[in-house]
Design a protein around this ligand. Structure first.
Ligand SMILES: Nc1ncnc2c1ncn2[C@@H]1O[C@H](COP(=O)(O)OP(=O)(O)OP(=O)(O)O)[C@@H](O)[C@H]1O
Length: 540
């Protein structure tokens, strides 16, 4: 099961500390989000998995980390100053601005069809460089990481003696002044990319492009996305960017629809050619603007043919934030631990109906928020038995806090959820923000507590996983909480561990509980590290 609605994810992310709206205490800043304690771990794990697979485990790749600020000439010759634009329209009625290619002739805010003609809007953020307000002293925040790789092509080649084919990988921030940021972290103004520029001999580009599409699909599967939610889309000739010979978009079935997660383009010799001097002598296949500023030829000397060539580029370019959203969505499940009897569900159904009635009558909730609340409420009401845990998300949506009966609904829901349901994130263990939670059965027993803390310290000292200690609730509640944040293993220290239980043979053993199956096993403390490492490697 995956997330059905974005609200489920937004609510969980805020509630448990994955992702928060940016600058919230000042009313927010549209198109920005902050990663919280668990979000930063998840994001780092995703980036590390990508770096491992694409840099460490390959023999044909190097990594770099280039500056975000670049000489503004980079953006002239890359083509971004001229062509990195989206078509923008204004609604003449409510004055909202939209991307013309994302709406169907009608303002999504007020439904007016009175729109201006589309006009180009450049998505780059301009910024002043240096203390003197001279009109020429500006540059842009990079809208992609790729250009930092192209301008370093010669540096990497000369410092590593690489032979074609080889690639350069980079992970870093990118900024786009999106006209309509939306869908949580799917379209934002500040985000991260994981990009590879893979340099090949002209003529070998098509085979490498095909190979990269397969590799990238396989990698997304290896981090847990399912094949039925991932669709390669071959761009039609009229859809291709001006520099691209072919592009395959990997689309993912996000809660809001099937949309781009990664693009894999065959960019020909456009990029290296564009940033080179003496372009006329290079035999370029791509059409580039004349470059009168570059100080170097970005070519490769082929030792076999004894000729200088401009390599073709295959570019797999993925969004980190869209990756995080896909992982969350794929991993999310609301599960019934045991069936809730009808007499326990009935009061919840009634409280939900009262809540929705109260929402629809409330005039203070803005129209859009009200519509979203009612839609989500109706979805839950259609099958309360299955969707009960979603009510927590419903109650944290904008507008819900102003409804008085919300408290009553929460009071009805919480005990039923605690007893019969769980929300769980089925992350692959290597992506889970926390790998192991060590829990004391009794937090007021000093020996149990010190044993549990000792186990945490020992496991943490291996340096290979994040391990936490948690004693802030009863054991059942602690298991649910760890399920909800995707912790694959919980370790419980109890009286048997101390040798004070009925079976003294269990001394120095602990209970290991598995998130997905909820199965429990008894494992010797001395074997925990090996046991967990093996389970983690096998993805269990
Ligand atoms: N505004 C954004 N917010 C989050 N991620 C983004 C954004 N723009 C691009 N990305 C990510 O960077 C990747 C490569 O960028 P690219 O320029 O190919 O995107 P794009 O085709 O402009 O995306 P879209 O058509 O959705 O605007 C995308 O596949 C996406 O994962």
């Amino acid at each position: 099961m995956a997330a059905q609605t974005m609200e489920q994810l937004v609510s969980l992310c805020k509630r448990r500390g994955f992702i928060f709206p940016g600058s919230a205490v000042y009313g927010g800043l549209q198109g920005t989000y902050d990663y919280g304690p668990l979000g930063v771990e998840l994001k780092n794990n995703l980036k590390l998995a990508w770096w491992r697979a694409n840099v460490w485990e390959r023999e044909d790749m190097e990594g770099i980390d280039a500056a975000i600020l670049m000489n503004k000439l980079t953006w002239r010759y890359s083509g971004h100053e001229e062509t990195f634009v989206d078509p923008m329209v204004d609604c003449k009625n409510c004055k909202m601005r939209w991307r013309a290619d994302q709406i169907s002739g009608k303002c999504p805010n007020c439904a007016s069809t009175e729109l201006t003609e589309p006009r180009p809007f450049n998505l780059m953020f301009k910024t002043q460089i240096g203390p003197v307000p001279d009109p020429e002293s500006f540059s842009y925040l990079r809208p992609e990481t790729a250009q930092g790789i192209f301008v370093n092509f010669k540096h990497v080649l000369d410092s590593t003696s690489r032979k074609l084919p080889f690639g350069i990988a980079q992970i870093g921030k990118a900024f786009r002044n999106e006209i309509t940021p939306r869908n949580f972290i799917f379209r934002v103004r500040e985000f991260e990319q994981m990009e590879i520029e893979f340099f090949v001999r002209p003529g070998e580009d098509e085979a490498w492009h095909k190979k990269w599409v397969e590799d990238r699909i396989n990698w997304w599967l290896s981090v847990g996305l399912s094949r039925q939610n991932l669709e390669p889309y071959h761009q039609k000739p009229e859809e291709l960017a001006h520099y691209a010979k072919a592009t395959v978009d990997l689309l993912y079935r996000f809660p809001h629809g099937l949309e781009e997660l990664e693009g894999i383009a065959n960019r020909t010799d456009y990029d290296l050619g564009s940033h080179s001097k003496d372009q006329g002598a290079l035999g370029l296949k791509a059409r580039v603007s004349p470059n009168s500023h570059s100080t170097d030829k970005l070519t490769y000397f082929d030792p076999e043919t004894k000729q200088h060539v401009v390599p073709f580029v295959i570019e797999p370019s993925a969004g980190v934030d869209r990756g995080v959203l896909a992982l969350l969505s794929e991993a999310y499940a609301e599960e019934q631990v045991k069936p809730a009897p009808a007499e326990r569900l009935k009061p919840v159904e009634e409280a939900l109906a009262t809540f929705l009635k109260s929402v629809s009558r409330n005039e203070k909730i803005p129209a859009q928020a009200k519509e979203a609340l009612l839609a989500e409420g109706e979805r839950i009401a259609q099958a309360v038995g299955e969707r009960l845990p979603s009510i927590a998300g419903l109650l944290s949506m904008p507008g819900a806090e102003s409804i008085e009966v919300a408290k009553k609904l929460r009071g009805q829901v919480d005990p039923v959820v605690d007893e019969f349901y769980r929300t769980v994130l089925h992350f692959k263990p290597h992506l889970a923000p926390i790998k192991v939670a060590v829990l004391p059965l009794k937090k007021n027993n000093p020996e149990i507590v010190s044993t549990a803390k000792g186990i945490r310290r020992k496991l943490q000292s291996t340096g290979s996983m994040r391990v936490v200690y948690d004693d802030t609730g009863a054991i059942g509640k602690l298991y649910r909480r760890q399920d909800e944040i995707g912790t694959p293993f919980c370790i419980t220290v109890d009286f048997d561990t101390l040798g004070e239980g009925q079976d003294t043979a269990l001394k120095n053993t602990v209970t290991v509980r598995h998130r997905d199956s909820m199965a429990q096993e008894r494992v010797a403390i001395s074997e925990l590290e090996t046991y967990l490492r093996e389970k983690m490697q096998s993805g269990a």
